[in-house]
Design a protein around this ligand. Structure first.
Ligand code: C2E
Ligand code: MG
Ligand code: MG
Ligand code: MG
Length: 283
């Protein structure tokens, strides 16, 4: 029942368990100190194209608790959101991602796209799009080297006014992906209305590969993406046979333990061959 194994891997728990540890360890209150006490970190996971070339990375937030070790974002992001602190944590994430990306770019060790997860609470904040662009400018990071990953629920729950920043971001070159696509079980009408570049197919679908219905669902999701001229990236690829089956269905972009687990910024550039540049890879 420990919430850490001490390494890069983070153990996942359901909401009920999150409720329990919240009470046991007062995690919520301790979050207040997490930023100033330097307990947050971003880990990076590679994203590859169909030939296996590195095209980008996803930044994944980790909390290194002084007593309890690495805690999963699935556990503490809901606590941040409930406490109304997602805007400041989200800003920390974006700035840290910019610092790491800038360092990689300056060393010439990465020229792919860096994707950052964004909570619906951040999208709602006043002038969100412009604030992101201001941050990128402050860190001298080209908008075309940044992607944002939004969940489906974030796209539909919010009034359209809160999505007003997206066209601005996209015009500047930032790409927008729908994360965990197909799991939100919500209206698809946003796909036709919103400026989106990429669909990220959730691991839950990849895990159903090889069953008749699972294959049919994946083909249907691929079809939606292709008909709308969206890029489709499949998440949670752990085995070569999954990679192959998805390629046969026309999937061109992949992410998962098969290609690399999330690791620290330093380890990422040690492990990964140089990324195909943003412009060259069309991702
Ligand atoms: P996500 O954005 O869908 O990220 C993918 C999750 O799947 C990550 O979990 C990643 O470590 C895990 N994963 C990737 N490949 C594999 C695989 O092959 N097998 C398995 N079993 N897992 C794989 P992680 O890092 O625990 O993050 C969980 C979720 O927390 C993310 O799901 C995202 O929704 C959220 N999150 C992470 N960082 C941030 C952040 O900075 N801001 C916000 N708002 N949410 C974040
Ligand atoms: Mg994501
Ligand atoms: Mg996802
Ligand atoms: Mg997810």
């Amino acid at each position: 029942e420990a919430i850490t194994n001490g390494g890069n891997q983070v153990i996942h728990y359901d909401g009920e368990f999150a409720e329990k540890i919240q009470h046991r360890f007062s995690l919520e209150r301790e979050l207040d100190r997490a930023i100033e006490d330097n307990q947050l970190a971003l880990h990076y996971q590679p994203q590859v194209d169909s030939t296996g070339h590195l095209i980008g990375a996803e930044a994944l937030l980790r909390w290194r608790h002084p007593d309890h070790g690495w805690i999963s974002p699935n556990t503490f992001i809901p606590l941040i959101e409930r406490r109304g602190q997602m805007v400041s944590f989200g800003q920390w994430v974006l700035e840290q991602a910019c610092r790491d990306l800038k360092a990689w770019q300056q060393r010439g060790s990465f020229n792919g796209r860096l994707s950052v997860n964004v909570s619906p609470y951040q999208l709602q904040a006043y002038n969100y799009g412009q604030k992101v662009l201001d941050t990128l400018k402050a860190y001298d990071v080209p908008p075309s080297s940044i992607g944002l990953e939004l969940t489906e629920s974030g796209m539909v729950e919010e009034a359209s006014s809160s999505l007003a920043g997206l066209p601005l971001l996209r015009r500047a070159g930032v790409t927008i992906a729908i994360d965990d696509f197909g799991t939100g079980f919500s209206s698809l009408s946003y796909l036709g209305r919103l400026p989106i570049d990429t669909l990220k197919i959730d691991k839950a679908f990849v895990d159903q590969l090889g069953t008749r219905k699972g294959d049919a669902l994946l083909k249907a999701l691929m079809n939606i993406g292709q008909s709308l001229d969206l890029k489709v990236l499949a998440e949670g690829i752990e085995r070569e046979n999954q990679h192959r089956a998805l390629q046969e269905m026309g999937c061109r972009y992949f992410q998962g333990y098969l290609f690399g687990k999330p690791v620290s910024a330093d380890q990422f550039v040690l492990e990964q061959p140089k990324a195909v540049s943003v412009g060259a890879s069309d991702f």
